[in-house]
Design a protein around this ligand. Structure first.
Ligand code: G16
Length: 547
């Protein structure tokens, strides 16, 4: 056994001993729990990142964040060399490494090294980023110790958004071909592409270039300032919810998760009738649009709306280029039934449904030349295959094509540069939506008029052990506890256009309930009835849901 393996146990015993008895799992977006329980997990993920980096022979990223969760939580996720979430087959290793006893760490590492024939002499760089949570700096130190214990080189990027980290990792691994792997490089790439697309027509027909931006009192509020400076008059961004670190206000009554799940206007943003607003979440990887009308009625334009707007625009441009590229849209069970109908029947774009978690959507989107993926909660992006990029580059230069065809190809190439293809990126998504609305000359109401959402409701139920609830068919059917699916089926039958499903959250200690139906009242009632059944059959704790 090498000296560095012994260091692993010594560091664990002296500085990062395992403090939690029960097992914790690598969930929808990595490990996520109370920040006070995460020190040893962070240390161990530093170890795992070095192993993964040596195995993949590429730079690996680690992001410390609990995104939409409350400020007292934190979390960690690993980023693979292409800038994607860590491959799922390694999630099991992460869970195993996180849960073994301190004195089993050396042996577990040895096992992984042998299983994957990892050359432990390779020099590797691990990029580390964190959100604005007060617990993040000390957790980052634990990650650094893990990286050093296996002789990796930690590179600290400080406070950054999750999508920035994904971008940096991809840049490093493509030797800056994807973009310059620095914050400045990121801003320059996105903003210059946005300005190229916008030209000098800042306003167009009903489109007005002003937006109110809810930063969720997190890193998204900090980073938007760099965009504001660089965008100038091109796009006026009015920043709200920019409270400092440790104020306890992160995601509190604001941010994308609050606005989407509560279907409410956030606190801290001025209520101006018909004004286009956006909210990002705690690590700026999700975004939703919304406005209040002149009767103070709230209107939400969520990830489904963003996906349909983007898919429609991309389809138009691809047709205008005359290139043969297949376009597909990926959703989850949370997608509003009306959006799926609109995409398949009106836009005639194929739709696939996968399990929650951008890792699943991203994976599926890779099957298309142009894969648009969005979760209803506002998490998503677009990815273009090499084939698509090559064809577009050729078309833009092909003098045999008409001027319109060449221009459409050029537009698509510029759009690719506005998009962060590595993962959902709230700010990049916002620039993309603003580009499309400007090109169409639309205000937010015109965007909303494309189809009518089915009223829907999201609820949470706290249960004894959420892992006892299992699902199949991209989470649309519940397998255990036995009998629950039959009960849900019987309840749903009573409602016009009713649909409901339940699934355990992979980021919070709860079961989520989704319901949609023909009217607002029916969707609320359906969700409440299903929640009651979950409470009864899946071991609900605390106060029962109110019907
Ligand atoms: C994470 C994931 C998303 C997922 C969300 C909720 O988002 O990246 O893909 O939709 O959690 O997951 P769950 O329903 O399993 O709790 P974020 O923004 O919190 O990182």
């Amino acid at each position: 056994m090498t000296a560095s393996y012994r260091t692993v146990y010594a560091f664990a015993r002296e500085m990062h001993p395992k403090t939690v008895k029960h097992d914790i799992h690598y969930g929808t977006a990595g490990f996520r729990t109370k920040a006070s329980n995460l020190g040893y997990i962070m240390y161990r993920m530093g170890l795992l990142a070095v192993l993964r980096s040596r195995y993949k022979q590429g730079v690996i990223g680690i992001m410390i964040t609990a995104s939409h969760n409350p400020e007292c939580d934190n979390g960690v996720k690993l980023i693979d060399p292409h800038g994607e979430m860590m491959e799922q087959s390694w999630e099991e290793l992460a869970t195993k490494l996180a849960n073994v006893q301190d004195d089993e760490l050396e042996a577990t590492i040895k096992e992984i090294v042998q299983k994957y024939s990892i050359d432990m002499t390779v020099r590797v760089n691990i990029l580390i980023g964190k959100d604005t949570r007060p617990s993040s700096p000390s957790l980052a130190k634990s990650v650094v110790d893990g990286v050093l214990a296996l002789s990796g080189k930690p590179i600290d990027f400080g406070i950054v958004t999750t999508p920035q980290m994904h971008y940096f990792v991809k840049c490093r691994n493509t030797h800056n071909e994807y973009g310059i792997g620095t914050e400045e490089g990121y801003y320059t790439k996105l903003v210059s592409a946005f300005k190229r697309l916008r030209g000098d027509k800042f306003n167009n027909k009903n489109y007005v270039n002003k937006i109110l931006y809810d930063g969720a009192n997190g890193v998204g509020a900090r980073k938007i300032k760099y965009f504001k400076e660089r965008l100038g008059d091109c796009l006026e961004i009015e920043l709200h919810n920019d409270a400092g670190i440790g104020t306890g206000k992160l995601n509190h009554l604001c941010g994308a998760d609050y606005v989407k799940s509560q279907q409410l206007f956030p606190t801290g943003v001025p209520n101006i009738p018909n004004q286009r607003c956006v909210s990002v979440d705690g690590d700026a990887d999700r975004i939703v649009y919304y406005y209040n009308d002149e009767n103070n009625k709230f209107h939400l334009l969520d990830g489904d709306r963003i996906a349909t707007l983007i898919a429609e625009y991309l389809k138009e441009l691809v047709l205008a280029c005359g290139i043969d590229l297949n376009l597909g849209l990926i959703q989850t069970a949370y997608a509003n039934g009306a959006s799926t109908d609109y995409i398949t029947k009106t836009l005639k774009v194929p739709v696939a449904c996968v399990s929650t978690g951008v890792k699943h959507l991203h994976h599926k989107a890779l099957e298309y030349d142009i894969g648009v993926y969005f979760e209803a909660n506002g998490h998503g992006t677009v990815i273009f295959s090499k084939n698509a990029k090559d064809k577009l580059n050729e078309a833009a230069k092909d003098n045999k094509l008409s001027e319109e065809q060449q221009q459409s190809a050029e537009k698509l190439l510029a759009l690719i540069d506005v998009i962060n293809e590595t993962v959902g990126d709230a700010i990049s998504d916002m620039l993309l939506v603003e580009t499309i609305l400007n090109a169409k000359g639309w205000n937010i109401q015109q965007w909303e008029q494309t189809y009518t959402d089915l009223p829907n409701k999201l609820l949470k139920v706290t249960v004894q052990d959420r892992n006892l609830l299992t699902t199949k068919d991209a989470e649309r059917m519940c397998v255990t506890p036995e009998g629950l699916q039959e009960e849900i089926g019987l309840i749903v039958e009573k409602y016009n256009k009713g649909r409901s499903f339940v699934r355990p959250s992979g980021t919070e200690d709860i079961v989520r309930i989704y319901a949609e139906a023909a009217t607002h009242e029916e969707s609320e009632k359906l969700a409440a009835e299903v929640a009651q059944k979950v409470y009864e059959l899946a071991g609900g704790i605390g106060a029962p849901p109110i019907i």
